[in-house]
Write a protein that binds this ligand. Structure first.
Ligand SMILES: Nc1ncnc2c1ncn2[C@@H]1O[C@H](COP(=O)(O)OP(=O)(O)OP(=O)(O)O)[C@@H](O)[C@H]1O
Length: 263
């Protein structure tokens, strides 16, 4: 499902964070936003996910302005996993994933047989079956993150927004989450827009990387086009060595920081 961000400006109080941002997320693609802390990545995701009203411009999903969608109608097409989600300590993993069915349900009663089938399938896909009856509060950080992702997947969106889905996870879990996202993209054709801090993970799973700086999009390109010393110097203020793995995917090793006057 294609998404267009058209001349979007957004901010908080007197602070403008995004100024006339244009971006297209192509249908079936994985596009990842990278940039320094505070560069506006989460703000852009929030505007797209309708958690924050833009000051100007508009977002078009599947040919229609997102502000024209009803809440349930939008939730059937798009799911968002914000950076900080509320601790759902008491409820079980199965219940949490069941909440993802809300846009598809007719009333507030029990889940239908169809809903339960989707929950079962999602638990299997995210390898959370053994945790189904565990309260979310008793899970490790990585398991909990998987449970939240499972909830967004149970929503069966065509477009997925993920803000830093790998934060707090160990290296293995980070790979697991990224592989899961790639798998969903490949097998189910879900279009993904996410924020990742880890450039090497981002390069591994994204079709397109987008950098943000000074309220604007600074670069758009394939991982090989973005993982370049001059771009990393500009965006992050780091010196880095770039190589290509045997699988053809570029990766970078930061080797130092750039002095402010040399950026
Ligand atoms: N609710 C808010 N109220 C006021 N300012 C905010 C709010 N949320 C974010 N900001 C500010 O807006 C700017 C952009 O924040 P945003 O969270 O979009 O950046 P980010 O690129 O996602 O950062 P990070 O990599 O640290 O998650 C920052 O300067 C931040 O302090």
């Amino acid at each position: 499902m294609k998404l267009d961000v058209k001349s979007v400006s957004a901010g908080y109080g007197g602070k403008l964070v995004l100024d006339g941002v244009d971006l297209t997320v192509p249908e079936g693609g994985i596009l990842t936003l990278v940039g320094a802390n505070g560069s506006g990545k989460s703000t852009l995701l929030k505007v797209i996910g309708r958690l924050l009203e833009p000051r100007a411009g508009e977002i078009v999903l599947d040919g229609r302005a997102i502000r024209s969608y009803g809440t349930t109608e939008l939730a059937r097409k798009m799911a968002i996993l914000p950076q900080l989600h509320h601790a759902a300590g008491e409820i079980t993993v199965g219940e949490l994933v069941g909440y993802g069915r809300f846009p598809h349900r007719r009333g507030f009663g029990q889940l239908s047989a169809d809903d339960r089938a989707v929950v079962d399938e999602t638990l299997k896909l995210t390898r959370l079956e053994p945790f189904r009856n565990r309260p979310v509060g008793t899970l490790s950080g990585g398991e909990r993150q998987r449970a939240w992702i499972a909830m967004t997947l149970a929503q069966q969106p065509r477009f997925l927004l993920l803000d830093e889905p790998t934060t707090f996870l160990d290296v293995r879990c980070q790979f697991d989450i990224i592989e899961l996202v790639c798998d969903l993209n490949r097998r189910l054709g879900i279009t993904v827009l996410m924020v990742l801090h880890d450039l090497n993970l981002a390069a591994r799973c994204s079709d397109i990387l987008v950098t943000l700086k000074e309220r604007k999009i600074r670069h758009i390109g394939t991982p090989a086009e973005i993982l370049r010393p001059e771009i990393l110097r500009d965006i992050f203020g780091i010196e880095a060595e770039i190589s290509t793995g045997t699988d053809g995917i570029p990766y970078c090793i930061p080797t130092g920081s750039v002095k402010e006057d040399q950026r």
